[in-house]
Design a protein around this ligand. Structure first.
Ligand code: AMP
Length: 207
């Protein structure tokens, strides 16, 4: 089965994806994580993507589809897409690569998105995510897992968060109707605890 996680930034797609990978063995494909790696490496793709990401805008569809095609590499089953597709054009492009069987839509209102993302901190070393309100590290600024330094993503500043939410409403929210029309969308309330969200999604997956 191939699964798509849809929802605004900050809805908890990454956290949920990690748990689903552990429980169900999906291959996790997060276009945001891939792009951040490329920016870190300073590759051509990273240089191209950096400006879009810092402004909270979308990287062009063809670039994203090329990246996904390369990673899927002819396999057709077992993928969990996180943060992709983000436009109707990407969804149509994905259909030419492989079939999507289920879309989990994590619903979260704008004020909660801003509250969560402005409190998010990420480990520079291992990428672990923390939230100063709901999931703080044991020692301030230090990763519990590896001792790495925690930082705030440049796109997690309030002005950029609001722009990302606007971009989400304009370009990604149409995917809700798109997948609902195909009868494969399931809605989950993302304001619940990470455990509860995971259990609800696991129930859907177990059918
Ligand atoms: P994320 O970690 O999913 O919030 O992604 C961070 C940033 O990477 C986004 O704000 C976009 O600039 C870019 N990005 C990630 N995934 C996509 C995508 N599927 N299409 C276009 N841009 C993307």
């Amino acid at each position: 089965m191939n699964l798509v996680l849809l929802g605004p930034p900050g809805a908890g797609k990454g956290t949920l994806a990690a748990r689903l990978v552990e429980a169900f063995g999906f291959v996790h494909l997060s276009t945001g994580d891939i792009l951040r790696e490329e920016v870190k490496k300073g590759s051509e793709l990273g240089k191209l993507a950096k400006g879009y990401m810092e402004r909270g805008e979308l990287v062009p569809d063809e670039v994203i589809l090329g990246m996904v095609r390369e990673r899927v590499d002819g396999e057709t089953d077992g993928f969990l897409f996180d943060g992709f597709p983000r436009t109707i054009a990407q969804a149509e492009g994905l259909e030419e690569i492989l079939p999507v069987h289920l879309v989990i839509y994590l619903e979260l209102p704008e004020e909660e998105v801003v509250r969560r993302l402005s409190a998010r901190r990420v480990c520079k070393n291992c990428g672990a995510n923390y939230n100063l309100i709901t999931q703080p590290p044991k020692a301030p600024g230090v990763c519990d897992r590896c001792g790495g330094e925690l930082y705030q993503r440049p796109d997690d500043r309030e002005d950029v968060i609001r722009n990302r939410f606007r971009v989400y409403l304009e370009q990604s929210a149409p995917l809700i109707d798109y997948y609902e029309g195909k009868g494969i969308l399931r809605r989950v309330d993302a304001s619940l605890s990470p455990d509860e969200v995971f259990h609800r999604v696991a129930e859907v997956l177990r059918g």
